[in-house]
Design a protein around this ligand. Sequence first.
Ligand code: ZN
Length: 204
Amino acid sequence: MKIICIGRNYADHAAELKSETPREPIVFLKPDSALLPRKQAFVIPEFSNDVHHEVELLVRINRLGKYIQPKFAHKYYNQISLGIDFTARDLQQDLKAKGLPWEKAKSFDGAAVVGDQWLSVTDFKDLNQIEFSLLKNDKIVQEGNSSQMLWKIDELIAYISQFFTLKIGDIIFTGTPAGVGQVQPDDHLIAKIGDTTLINLNIK
Ligand code: ZN
């Protein structure tokens, strides 16, 4: 499987990074080795002094597809969860400044956290009105709603599938809302859709 991530899909997050709002989706990949094994703590890697949390809505692909039209995109996924796109911000800024790829800052071991359970799309009245949040040490640090996404789920699937064949089990990280910030050893993160806790994670 592969993990496909979208950058700057919320205008308020692009603004907090002092980045331009993109004209088309920004796409990058994480390898399967970036998946944090279930029930494990996230260990801050030695090569960074500024690892940030980015809570994101996840979509799981359940059908093989290429050149998917937006109007058919809903047939290619049936599960939603939350994830954390951990980012070594110091390394990313350095790579960006040099015009180099971001992978070392975004795709290291453990940098992709996937929720403990997947929710069926049929559990939601409207996929473009999903509220989610991230708590750090019991304080809300990020709040988002899928209505704020610059590109909605179906548009992302159509866009991505022009470049990459989507396969069963692939996961899309749909971008983070504002409020990203540093994690420190002994922090505790909880990510929720509404009142449902999907991630409960210790930082080491
Ligand atoms: Zn992200």
